[in-house]
Design a protein around this ligand. Structure first.
Ligand SMILES: O=c1ccn([C@@H]2O[C@H](COP(=O)(O)O)[C@@H](O)[C@H]2O)c(=O)[nH]1
Length: 232
């Protein structure tokens, strides 16, 4: 496994079969990006897709966003980490007990898989959050969940890069900020509401950029990745 990757880019393998994901991975250089396996691909292919990406030297972020009672969350995180992945996540709204137990379960099993928590999905704006009953504002909720995640001992959060500057100040430089909703100026926002360019995201303190459609739907994904790396 390559543990010396300097690239901040994590490519989301969405809307793809096992064959298409592997074909894309084979066009990419594992020194230039990590790969993200989400609910769709994992539900379709299971642990075989992780094995196939590891065989091609990629570090994998397993983005299953577990959200359950503490014991179930912790056991799911443990099962994920046992696949040898680089990073896994849960929802911060599962609560402090679920988050701290999940982290403890990794430590008790000598697993150094990074564990992060989703604050508020980047597809949500303030109105969408209000519809769920959270009325004190998006930035307040993101900051509150990030601080709870830090107190629970996790390694970082998933947030929009729009919140990166605030969260680095609140949670410290070592607390990892993993930021989806990354778009180049010419890209379509699609279902994302809180977007940011790669360069701005890194300038504001994001540690990792999760990029899906902007790369995977490009005619030449490897060239698009290189273009993004050159821009940052
Ligand atoms: O808040 C979140 C959490 C996860 N995601 C995931 O990131 C990618 C983004 O894909 P794009 O095609 O670049 O929009 C996708 O896999 C989401 O499930 C997120 O977007 N926001």
């Amino acid at each position: 496994m390559n543990n010396t990757i300097n690239s901040p880019v994590i490519i989301a393998l969405d809307n793809m079969t096992m064959e298409a994901s592997i074909a894309l991975a084979e066009q990419l250089d594992p020194a230039l990006c990590r790969l993200k396996v989400g609910k769709e691909l994992f539900t379709r292919c299971g642990p075989d897709i992780i094995k196939a990406l590891h065989q091609r030297q990629f570090e994998v972020f397993l983005d299953l966003k577990f959200h359950d009672i503490p014991n179930t969350t912790a056991q799911a995180v443990l099962a994920a980490a046992e696949l040898g992945i680089w990073m896994v996540n849960i929802h911060a709204s599962a609560g402090f007990e679920a988050m701290s137990l999940a982290k403890q379960r990794l430590l008790d099993n000598d697993l150094d898989t990074l564990l992060i928590a989703v604050t508020v999905l980047t597809s949500m704006d303030n109105d969408a959050l209000m519809q769920t009953g959270i009325t004190d504002g998006l930035e307040v909720q993101v900051s509150r969940l990030a601080q709870l995640t830090k107190q629970a001992g996790l390694d970082g959060v998933v947030c929009s890069a729009q919140e990166a500057e605030t969260l680095k100040t609140l949670c410290g430089q070592d607390f990892k900020l993993v930021t989806p909703g990354i778009r180049l100026p010419e890209d379509n926002a699609d279902d994302q509401k809180r977007i940011c360019t790669p360069k701005q995201a890194l300038n504001d303190g994001a540690d990792y950029l999760v990029i899906g459609r902007s790369i995977t739907q490009a005619t030449n994904p490897a060239a698009k990745l290189q273009m993004i790396l050159n821009s940052i």
